[in-house]
Design a protein around this ligand. Structure first.
Ligand SMILES: Cc1cc2nc3c(=O)[nH]c(=O)nc-3n(C[C@H](O)[C@H](O)[C@H](O)COP(=O)(O)OP(=O)(O)OC[C@H]3O[C@@H](n4cnc5c(N)ncnc54)[C@H](O)[C@@H]3O)c2cc1C
Length: 369
């Protein structure tokens, strides 16, 4: 077995791990090894819809969104890679008073952060997407900053930029053991390598729970499978529509090439057909060309779990994104890199640390799709 050393070992090569590796090297920490069990973006990231939004109800998620959007918006120039960032907007459709009240409160919070989101009437929503059924809607909200990008392209760009600055990235390397000595991380082992290190950053998505258990840390994240379905045609929808979400049912759709992509909480197209065709009747006439599923890594309060463990020391983690991990990867990767490098964090994400589940400071993000 090869014996190696790295200043930092990042476990998991999804959006979060790739962003962390890049941001570490950008801060001058070049001796980084990233270990990916499968292939880069082979986990949830490669299954994601690529949605990016500032329309959240938790202030910290709004801050993370704005920081991340600033990176997505300039990604092409900075990394020389087309990530197909499209600020097509997010359109939330609301059919009950309780949700309207919650979204109005969130709009105020978003406005306090200069997010240009606004409330629309159902007929204004129908001007944007004429094919939606609006008879039962009370209101909608829209934000033109929101949009989409291609997750695999983001991962590839971060990984390439990290490599160019000295990071070593190994695919097909599953971490099986994490050694701890005197309360601190000492080494990471795969079947073919033992890498001595003083710092481990675990960004293994839904699999973080198992890896954290190797160092006796309980990270309360669980996988929830989500499907996306693709149609070959768009049923007359405009070429550019927002990522549109029927908030009560979680049914959502967006344009994807010549067709549409859509999904929700249901596990089969048959189960999703009811809520989907009620809101977007043209879907009933469109064939499904392909589909896939992946895991949402759910936390108990639907907010990220991000931080550094006290015991063992120098074990950092980021998971539990509950459906918004791709879009949070720029700011959270930057944050993890800052923690590792001992820099003052750009964002104070300490309320998202694991300790909140024992201290009673749990904070619920209400806008989960
Ligand atoms: C259908 C669907 C739609 C989604 N839509 C959106 C969206 O619109 N916007 C959004 O922001 N998010 C969305 N998400 C959520 C998003 O995909 C995730 O939150 C995000 O990709 C998490 O990134 P990650 O890097 O933390 O985890 P992952 O991408 O899962 O990466 C973790 C990596 O760790 C690797 N790994 C696991 N165990 C080991 C080990 N022992 N050793 C080494 N490597 C290991 C895995 O192979 C994997 O590649 C969606 C998810 C799904 C399933």
């Amino acid at each position: 077995m090869a014996q190696e050393f790295a200043e930092v070992v990042v476990i998991g090569g999804g959006a979060m791990g790739a962003s962390t590796a890049y941001h570490l090297t950008a801060l001058g920490v070049a001796d980084v090894v990233l270990l990916e069990r499968d292939a880069l973006a082979g986990g949830s990231t490669g299954r994601s819809a690529g949605g990016i939004r500032a329309q959240f109800a938790d202030e910290l998620n709004i801050r993370i969104a704005l920081r991340s959007m600033a990176e997505f918006e300039t990604f092409d120039q900075r990394f020389g890679v087309d990530i197909a960032f499209d600020p097509c907007g997010y359109l939330f459709l609301l059919d009950n008073e309780r949700d309207v009240a919650r979204f109005r409160a969130a709009l105020e919070l978003q406005a306090a952060h200069n997010v240009p989101s606004s409330e629309l009437t159902p007929s204004q929503a129908a001007e944007i997407v004429p094919q939606i059924e609006t008879g039962d809607l009370l209101a909608a909200t829209y934000c033109p900053l929101d949009g989409r990008a291609t997750p695999e392209a983001v991962v590839a760009a971060y990984a390439e930029a990290a490599r160019a600055r000295g990071a070593r990235i190994f695919q097909g390397e599953a971490v099986e053991r994490i050694h701890v000595r005197n309360g601190r991380v000492e080494a990471v082992e795969t079947p073919s390598r033992r890498i001595a290190t003083e710092t481990v950053v675990c960004t293994a998505g839904v699999w973080t729970r198992g890896l954290a258990a190797l160092v006796r840390l309980d990270v309360p994240v669980r996988g929830e499978s989500r499907w996306i379905f693709f149609t070959p045609e768009a049923g007359g929808l405009p070429d550019r529509v927002p990522l549109t979400i029927d908030f009560t049912t979680s049914f959502y759709f967006h344009r994807e090439g010549p067709g549409l992509a859509f999904g929700g909480r249901e596990q089969t197209a048959e189960e999703l057909a009811g809520p989907a065709t009620r809101r977007l009747p043209v879907l009933a006439d469109l064939p499904i060309q392909t589909s896939w599923w992946g895991y949402y890594e759910m936390s108990p309060d639907h907010n990220a779990i991000v931080g550094e463990s006290a015991d063992p020391g120098r074990f950092l983690y980021a998971t539990g994104f509950s459906g918004h991990g791709f879009q949070q990867s720029p700011a959270v990767g930057e944050h993890l890199a800052e923690l590792v490098a001992g820099r003052e964090p750009t964002l104070d994400l300490s309320p998202f640390s694991l300790e909140r589940f024992t201290s009673g400071a749990v904070r619920e993000e209400q806008f989960v799709i």
